[in-house]
Design a protein around this ligand. Structure first.
Ligand code: TYM
Length: 342
């Protein structure tokens, strides 16, 4: 007997291969949700190497980081039997759809993206590329190309997601309903923004203070040191007060997300104890969670043949969907009158 697969809604998300290791913000803000969503969605996850080009990486390190990032997706629990895992540049429809979306995106609309404005301000006019400006449009293309209904991301991507929704709605109003699916963001409040350990009002980021981030592949000793030297707030009592005590609140959020214990319970457990106790216990929690992850990543990286097979099967499956959706949208634009039979 064959079982007929029941169509499930689709989820799409991506992470840039811009570091050797992902960090705890990427994991708690995005990757953890990716893994959980596999039970209820058809999930498509991508190593978005075209986005990474906007920071001008060294070619060899980009190649290595693409593989290392894919290995970390797998180690976190992305299951290539259930989900599609692929490298963005291997599916050419991403750049093709970006062009179509460029032609319906306002210059001012793209210029209002705060991530662009922040990066452009840091880089200065001479160094800012058109690619960096177009980053959110490529991101919208990623999502619309798979008719994705849900997009699990961290808080910093909210505005980009809004632009994707606006562009999808614009295609529908310009070309008629059914041109594009309007996606929803999935931003889990408790972990939407994990903060830098040294500067707990700034998000943990690849470009932040090196000792302010916990990389998923860090050595346990490094992890323990970073957590123990995390900036905490004045006072010594463990309480939940994100506005007045952002450093302690960040540690509590991480603790809660990794153990599943509610914040109030953790706060109760630390009554009468000092910040130092919380830090050393949290170091153990993080190390226990990340050690198996580090080992699994190493296993995937030690078998390049298997990784290649997973990524090439993923690219084929992704392109199958992307090709159909791209043609549907391109036809609405008036392209493809002389459709060749392929
Ligand atoms: P990237 O690689 O910068 O970030 C990957 C994911 O990690 C989340 N994140 C965080 N979440 C909580 N706290 C933090 N400190 C933190 N830092 C990062 C990000 O929100 C993101 O979910 N533009 C995307 C990549 C992308 C994409 C897409 C995502 C390209 N195309 C299509 C979704 C759908 C990005 O931020 O990558």
């Amino acid at each position: 007997m064959f079982s007929v697969p029941i169509a499930r809604p689709r989820a799409f998300s991506g992470i840039q291969p811009t570091a050797d290791s992902l960090h705890l913000g990427n994991y708690l803000g995005a990757l953890k949700q990716w893994v959980e969503l596999q039970d209820s969605y058809d999930c498509i996850y991508s190593v978005v190497d075209l986005h990474a080009l906007t920071v001008g990486p060294d070619p060899e390190s980009l190649r290595q980081r693409v593989r290392a990032t894919a290995a970390q997706f797998l180690a976190a629990g992305v299951d290539p039997e259930r989900s599609i895992l692929f490298v963005q540049s291997e599916v050419p429809q991403h750049t093709q759809l970006t062009w179509l979306l460029n032609c319906v995106t306002g210059f001012g609309e793209a210029g209002r993206m705060t991530q662009f404005k922040d990066k452009a301000a840091k880089l200065g006019d001479q160094a800012v590329t058109v690619g960096l400006f177009d980053y959110p449009v490529l991101m919208a293309a990623d999502i619309l190309l798979y008719d994705a209904e849900l997009v699990p991301v961290g808080e910093d991507q909210r505005q980009h997601l809004e632009l994707s929704r606006t562009l999808a709605a614009r295609l529908n109003s310009r070309f008629g309903e059914g041109a594009a699916v309007v996606p929803e963001a999935l931003i889990v409040k408790a972990t939407a923004k994990i903060y830098d350990l040294q500067e707990p009002t700034a998000k943990m980021s690849k470009t932040g203070h090196p000792s302010g981030i916990i990389e998923l592949l860090d050595d346990p000793k490094v992890i323990a040191k970073r957590i123990k030297s995390a900036v905490t707030d004045s006072g010594a009592e463990v309480t939940w007060d994100p506005a007045a005590k952002p450093g302690v609140a960040n540690l509590l959020s991480i603790y809660s997300a990794l153990t599943g214990q509610p914040i109030e319970q953790i706060v109760d457990d630390y009554q009468g104890k000092l910040y130092g106790h919380l830090k050393s216990d949290l170091a153990e929690v993080v190390i226990a969670a990340l050690s198996p992850f580090r080992e699994r990543t190493a296993l995937y990286l030690a078998d390049p043949g298997q990784l290649d097979r997973i990524l090439s099967t993923g690219a084929e499956r992704a392109e199958d969907i992307a090709d159909r959706v791209y043609r549907r949208i391109a036809t609405r634009f008036g392209l493809g009158q002389a459709e060749r039979s392929r």
